[in-house]
Write a protein that binds this ligand. Sequence first.
Ligand code: SF4
Ligand code: SF4
Length: 471
Amino acid sequence: MSDKNGEGHHGSFRDKLTTVSDDGKRVWIYPKKPKGKFYNYRKVFSFFLLLIFFIGHFISYKGDPIFLFDVLERKFIIFGAIFWPQDFHLLVLSLITFIVFIILFTVVYGRLWCGWGCPQTVFMEFFFRQVEYIIEGDYNKQKKLDRQNWNFEKIWKKTLKQVIFYLMAFAIAFTSAAYVFSLDTLTSYFADSSSHISFITGLLIFAGAIYFIFAFFREQVCTIACPYGRLQGTLLDNKSMIVAYDYIRGEPRGKHNPLKSKEKLSNGDCIDCKSCVVVCPTGIDIRNGTQLECINCTACVDACDAVMDRINKPRGLIRLDSEKGITEHKHKLWNTRTIAYSIVLVILLGVVSTMMFMRTDFETTILRQRGTLFQKYGENSYSNIYEVELVNKTRKTHYVDIKLLNPEGEIIMMSDELVAEKGEISKTKFLVVLKTSQITSPNIILTFGLYTDDKLINKYQVTFISPRKLE
Ligand code: SF4
Ligand code: SF4
């Protein structure tokens, strides 16, 4: 890494952020475009993630998008499965499982998520930075452009880059909004833009915030703002896999001179070429050890491997390994902590899957109307009033029949037929009339069956009360 002043940061890395100068100003990072095996893997993986993000909201299943995170309506669709507000407990459990998974993943694999899967890194490195490399060139050309006076070349390049950056930010904002409001809703808002000025203005501001993050704030998100980055110190131990410099092999570092092989023998394998430093997107020198700013992007691994190839040394002077792996040359994935987290994760996964599996399309509640007892009904019958509440979690509206399965009796609806609107809670009231010959005790259990298209969807039991002494 080199900064605007061309200065390195040896020795001072513990006292200050590499992106803040001595006088407290921002030090702009110009990372060299990485090359190598890991970078190629990241490119493919990021392309796949970007593809899912940008086309995911176009895909629909049975008339609904396959992904929808409508927080306002509390309706979520994940891989085509709809979760209504009544399934909120499942979402909370899934979220807890996800957090445990992230913790477990971090304990074992360090911050791989940050460098490979986090939207901040994927958008920064494989969306915005790619455009920057095309327009302004690699890091040395970018540095030169920033230092030169404002001339025609600088004006057109900077203007073009910022305009494209804003359009890209708008594409991200629009796509994110499509996952919340659905594409159809957004399209209708834009088609009738005069009636949705405030929504569109909000979206433009949101795009502005995204533009600010990727055009200016950049790696500061990872080093200053992200709470997950702050957690690393508590989650990593000396057995966690990290991007690590093999200081035992590398030190003492020294310049490589192939003509003076004897002199070279006194040095470690690190030739102090700083190739690992210039590619680092957060501006650190990994040879100083694991640092909070390291997002495990592996760019320095590729850079150092290329150097090792050139000087005929084995690859892996910087590699994915644990501190223990570096000092003892062995890497054990499993320890007490990872086993404990894995057990918790397996239990949570089991609970969530069972609850998902047992999740029904309809949920019924039938209660005797509050504040009522029994009523005499005609000559030789008694009635109770009931309220039914039906949650329809399917994609269709259903007409529902309520039947009394046991004992024999009559149901008289007190309002229209029960219509279960899709994704809604429907309610109605009805009367159950039992002949005195059917009433064997003051509290008898009624069993109801709820049917749609003659198919039983739910059974429900509730008590029927009557006087101790029947008239
Ligand atoms: S790239 Fe490798 S050899 Fe060069 S400075 Fe970094 S660790 Fe040393
Ligand atoms: S030190 Fe290496 S792995 Fe860590 S952020 Fe910098 S380039 Fe990426």
